[in-house]
Unconditional design. Structure first.
Length: 142
């Protein structure tokens, strides 16, 4: 095994390791625990090392030098979005007024939280329960 890269943080080394393993190159992270316990020694010992087999060195260096290509990935912008049942807008978010209601009643001495999650449309000011939104959410196959 040879060192092909050094990192200051273990997280960076693991991201590189995952990228290599995604290309079928076996990689290991060394000195991770030393850096986590004695972070101030990172520069003294050379940081966290990324190791690969000697026969995979050229392919691993090429893989790490390349950018991640997401051009063939399709993103479904509609997946998991709620739509307002009144106007159809996707600008639906949790209603912050429920928190205000709790704090106002807490100041009075009787804290009464709203027991249902409420949602608010930023476009038309519709307010309602999540069950009304679930009916208008687009199907995942569309």
């Amino acid at each position: 095994m040879i060192t092909i890269a050094k990192y200051s943080l273990p997280e960076q080394a693991h991201l590189a390791r995952i990228k290599l393993e995604g290309q079928g190159i076996e990689a290991h992270v060394a000195d991770e625990n030393v850096i986590q316990w004695h972070w101030y020694l990172s520069n003294a010992i050379g940081g966290v090392r990324l190791l690969v087999a000697q026969e995979d060195e050229a392919a691993a260096r090429a893989c790490l030098a390349s950018e991640l290509d997401l051009s063939d990935t399709e993103l479904d912008e509609e997946a998991g979005c709620f739509h307002c049942p009144a106007c159809g807008s996707r600008e639906v978010a949790p209603d912050p007024d429920g928190k205000s209601f709790f704090f106002v009643t807490a100041l009075i001495g009787i804290p009464l939280p709203l027991l249902w999650p409420r949602w608010k449309c930023q476009a038309c000011d519709w307010r309602g329960k999540e069950s009304a939104l679930a009916e208008t959410a687009p199907a995942s196959g569309e």
